[in-house]
Write a protein that binds this ligand. Sequence first.
Ligand SMILES: Cc1cc2nc3c(=O)[nH]c(=O)nc-3n(C[C@H](O)[C@H](O)[C@H](O)COP(=O)(O)O)c2cc1C
Length: 301
Amino acid sequence: MSGADLATDLAGMHLTSPVLTAAGCGGRELAPFTDLAALGAVVTRTVTLDAQAGSPPPRVAETPSGLLHATGAQNPGLQGFLATELPWYGQQGVRVVVSISAGSLAEYGELARRLATASGIGAVEVHLAVPDAYQTGKVLNVVRRDLPRGTTVLAKLAPGGDVVDQARAAVDNGADAVVLCQGFPAMVLDPVTLRPVLGAGGGLLSGPAVHALALRCVWDVHAALPDVPVVGVGGIRSGFDALAMLLAGATAVQLGSVLLRDPSAATRIRHELLDELDRRDLDSAADAVGLAHQQPEGSSR
Ligand SMILES: Cc1cc2nc3c(=O)[nH]c(=O)nc-3n(C[C@H](O)[C@H](O)[C@H](O)COP(=O)(O)O)c2cc1C
């Protein structure tokens, strides 16, 4: 029987577990396979102001070490989401983080104002597609301004630029935590057509190939900004992968493409994380956060 305490505080949000789902990788459809209420939260697919049809198919392609995806934010629009998806989570007692994206600052403001009047939202995650600190700051400023003070705002950053600068810009403009990070720009070509496999051409890579890259982003941001809460996402497939994110400085983790392969993975990884903590005599998930940055006793390294 495991004794470690998984409850954690993410930027003032009390989570019963540090294990969350990642945007676009599983919501209601996971319910038959996993107890969604036992997760820290479910992050919704990214919602835009108006409904979007998404990218032309194919939208996903396998690589030897991960999944390439370009969904083009297919979603029913904010109104459709609020009417059909959000109430379901409330009925099930699932904490919901709503992922949002927009094409302009005015649209971000509109999304935030309309979410401000909706009930049952645990937090808002702002999807940032471009690794640009200036843009990140402007977007977060608008979203923060138009949401109630009590709503936790997460900034999901895009890799590629200086992730520390981006994180700083996000929190300086009102983000409560950063999510590190989006998938990495990538491509797969078809050996027959000699053209990109995905209908959109390029896409974002996720899965095992990006775990070490995402871990480095978490490490760098925690080293530079130790007081900024970080959520680690990228290639987590096991309890140890989740623990590694905590050790590098993450307060919580999100599971992405592993849920497409195994819809019960969230329950498995939660149990494995408990075992990993117990094995190392760590009393809680919170005790593991940033531990890899500490020098071993007696070491001069
Ligand atoms: C099929 C698919 C759809 C995704 N949709 C979204 C999305 O709507 N919004 C978003 O911010 N990220 C989206 N992502 C990215 C994931 O949330 C996550 O950042 C990424 O997959 C890396 O995590 P992983 O390596 O554990 O899969 C999607 C990923 C996949 C594979």
